[in-house]
Design a protein around this ligand. Structure first.
Ligand SMILES: Nc1ncnc2c1ncn2[C@@H]1O[C@H](COP(=O)(O)OP(=O)(O)OP(=O)(O)O)[C@@H](O)[C@H]1O
Ligand SMILES: [Mg+2]
Length: 195
């Protein structure tokens, strides 16, 4: 997933949606040149959030810069395993690295079903990166009301963060070749997957 294989106009989109996707693309490109603060991509399944986040990460990697790309539910699995309240582990190398890495990408934020303990760790991570103004990209399907208040208050802080809602349909469905196939997928409801 790179900028080169992302179509900033989407597939057969009305002009308003083309502009929205084009702006998301430009924002991602600008950020990839010089990561500063946070970019949060919000939007429905398949709108291109992960692709743009991964393109940012790949761009930085190509320049030889360190990047961590983490899918949040996987990260929480890891934290749950390492930081059980009854565990003797006092420090976790991976967690410390993720806290400090120059660019962190958190994909699928909010998809996590987790314990309060792991949630607390996730909050610590976000709060640490907020306090130290460390660059981060977050993707989420959630609306603001669905995100924990103490996290959202950081995400909406315009001094550090740009929150961008990508308002285009699922690319997976729209790139299906047959109109009939598209209708089938749409018929399954808003969060349709084609596999
Ligand atoms: N504008 C685009 N140009 C080219 N490919 C795209 C575009 N938008 C999405 N895709 C492709 O469609 C698929 C779904 O996109 P992506 O994974 O970025 O969606 P998402 O918003 O992260 O969805 P989810 O919320 O389900 O994780 C990927 O294979 C991605 O490469
Ligand atoms: Mg995604």
């Amino acid at each position: 997933m790179t900028f080169e294989n992302f179509d900033p106009k989407g597939v057969n989109l009305p002009i308003k949606e083309q502009r929205n996707l084009g702006d998301a693309y430009k924002l991602a490109r600008r950020f990839a040149e010089e990561p500063d603060g946070w970019v949060v991509f919000q939007g429905r399944n398949g709108c291109g959030k992960t692709h743009l986040a991964a393109a940012i990460g790949n761009y930085q990697l190509q320049k030889g810069k360190p990047v961590f790309f983490k899918v949040v539910p996987d990260l929480l699995d890891h934290l749950r395993a390492t930081f059980r309240p009854d565990s003797n582990v006092t420090s976790d190398e991976l967690f410390e690295k993720i806290k400090a890495v120059p660019l962190l990408i958190l994909d699928d934020f909010g998809e996590q079903a987790s314990t309060p303990w792991a949630q607390e760790k996730l909050y610590q991570l976000i709060s640490h990166r907020y306090n130290d103004r460390l660059p981060m990209v977050i993707t989420t399907c959630l609306s603001l009301e669905e995100i924990e208040l103490r996290i959202i208050s950081r995400i909406v802080d315009p001094r550090i963060s740009v929150l961008f809602e990508i308002d285009v349909p699922d690319y997976r469905a729209d790139s299906l070749p047959l109109e009939e196939e598209r209708r089938k997928v749409r018929g399954r409801g808003g969060h349709a997957r084609i596999w």
